[in-house]
Design a protein around this ligand. Structure first.
Ligand SMILES: *[C@@H]1O[C@H](CO)[C@@H](O)[C@H](O)[C@H]1NC(C)=O
Ligand SMILES: *[C@@H]1O[C@H](CO)[C@@H](O)[C@H](O)[C@H]1NC(C)=O
Ligand SMILES: *[C@@H]1O[C@H](CO)[C@@H](O)[C@H](O)[C@H]1NC(C)=O
Length: 325
């Protein structure tokens, strides 16, 4: 009887101990994804994509752009964590965000419909690359975006810009987005416009390929002042700027251009590159409320370079172009 009694006591103590353990278990935050929830005895971190889809995310890597977009749409629809008050660096959002269909590995489905019967095809960065059609839209493959050009406009600085130092700092900053220096093809500085153009290209010799679309998305979000990282993550494009020659280097604009392995299939593709350049400029003026004529005209001269712009505006401008020509 005494043996049984102490056995029961021991079991009770064990249970209490185990419970205490569970209560005390505090999971650390997910460094690379401030919207992931980490809980349970294994501190697994998951991301809510829809009511019944919460995949596990790996907090030592960036979470795929498709999942981040889907989570943002979920939060918007459900009024969760309403958009944080933008910082002074926040800029007009030209995300063209939609509720994407993501594959189990986090990649975009080539065909996207935004929960409606209007569908279109996207590239591997989730950017629309065809006209919008109905639900019968055919998107036979996910076309790879192999080249990203990130255009960062920095704020005016007191001192003369040291270009060599700038390139070094940018390369270092991009490492925080898990962009291996081997992906940085070129960094160009346009002094008059304060634009830094960073060309990222897929590098097939790097063993673990970074998802450049995701890295570009994280960078864009940081410049816009709505970081996807946990606030404790030591990223470099910080709200208050990168320490730079005793000054601060901070950004006020970010544009991302996407170049696919195949030309996009907009019905305006027969138009001359000149007209397309104009369209992009007009789009920027509408969407961002400012004109970066020099950069845009220089960089959008090739017909297969296109900028992410809200579809509606693009369609409208296209119509205008068609009726005026
Ligand atoms: C998370 O990603 C890292 C880096 O790619 C990898 O080494 C690790 O095995 C991954 N962890 C899980 C649980 O998949
Ligand atoms: C997708 O749908 C949402 C709401 O249903 C809308 O606000 C958004 O503009 C749509 N995005 C696109 C790209 O069509
Ligand atoms: C690819 O990446 C490797 C390692 O970072 C680098 O040495 C190489 O120059 C890169 N190749 C190209 C074509 O960019």
């Amino acid at each position: 009887m005494r043996v049984l009694g102490s056995l029961v006591l021991a079991v009770l103590a064990l249970v209490a101990f185990a419970q205490e353990e569970e209560e005390e278990k505090e999971c650390s935050v997910c460094m690379t994804n401030q919207f992931a929830k980490c809980q349970g005895s294994n501190c697994e971190c998951t991301l809510q994509l829809s009511t019944d889809n919460t995949p596990i995310v790996n907090c030592s890597t960036l979470t795929s752009k498709c999942w981040m977009m889907k989570n943002e749409m979920y939060r918007i629809k459900n009024g969760i964590g309403t958009r944080r008050k933008p910082t002074e660096h926040a800029m007009l959002d030209n995300d063209g965000i939609y509720d994407p269909d993501c594959r189990d590995d986090g990649k975009f489905h080539p065909k996207q419909c935004n929960g409606t019967s209007t569908c279109w095809c996207v590239n591997s960065a989730g950017v629309r690359r065809t006209d919008k059609g109905d639900e019968n839209q055919q998107c036979p493959e996910l076309v790879t975006t192999f080249w990203f050009q990130i255009q960062l406009r920095h704020k005016a600085m007191d001192k003369e810009m040291d270009e060599a130092k700038l390139k070094e700092v940018i390369t270092k900053s991009f490492a925080a987005y898990q962009v291996d220096p081997g992906y940085i093809e070129k960094i160009e500085y346009l002094k008059e416009d304060r634009y830094i153009l960073v060309d990222l290209k897929q590098n097939r010799t790097v063993q673990t390929p970074t998802d450049l679309a995701t890295a570009a998305y994280y960078i864009e979000k940081d410049v816009k002042g709505s970081s996807l990282f946990s606030s404790t993550y030591n990223r470099s494009i910080l709200d208050d700027g990168i320490p730079f020659n005793g000054d601060k280097l901070s950004f006020e604009q970010a544009y991302v251009y996407y170049i696919d392995e195949k030309n996009p299939e907009f019905s305006m593709k027969q138009m001359t590159p000149g007209i397309i350049a104009v369209i992009v400029v007009v789009c920027l003026a509408i969407v961002a409320g400012l004109v970066v004529l020099f950069v845009t005209r220089r960089k959008a001269a090739k017909s297969h370079i296109y900028q992410k712009a809200e579809g509606r505006e693009l369609d409208e401008i296209q119509k205008q172009q068609l009726t005026t020509s």
